[in-house]
Design a binder for this molecule. Sequence first.
Ligand code: FMN
Length: 151
Amino acid sequence: MKTLLIVHHTPSPSLRAMYEAVRAGAGTDEVEGVRVEARAALTASPVDVLAADGYLLGSPVNLGYLSGALKHFFDQVYYPCLDETARRPFGAYLHGNNDATGAVRALESITTGLRWRAVRPPLAITGEPGKADLESCWELGATVAAELGDV
Ligand SMILES: Cc1cc2nc3c(=O)[nH]c(=O)nc-3n(C[C@H](O)[C@H](O)[C@H](O)COP(=O)(O)O)c2cc1C
């Protein structure tokens, strides 16, 4: 059994809707052999990251960057996980009101440093998430799960 860890900062209804869609996709019946775990970004530890086989990351865009919560997560896990988690697959979703560019760049920079493998480019949604956006979130979760499990 593989473990897919969702690390998320979810401070608003928009992000809650995205998180729930990602989590539902990650737990799709179409993929077997994957257990989904979720941790709020401010509580996730290096032990959680080492114990997982792949990752889904979620954050709002704040002040042109990742939320402090997700940045705190990376600050906590970076060196303890650097050697053992290289090449593990991940996906990410971001939500902003108007421009996610800086947060996407930051996420790519940090995950390049960790040598994590992007299953898809980060999914950046601005404004209120619509039906198509939430379907994209579901697809993101299902795609990373499929990378780990048996389809
Ligand atoms: C302090 C602060 C800074 C923010 N900075 C940005 C920003 O730089 N770019 C952006 O697109 N949205 C920004 N936002 C909006 C948040 O990304 C947005 O509130 C969050 O994703 C939740 O979405 P919602 O408020 O529509 O539910 C900011 C919000 C806060 C509270």
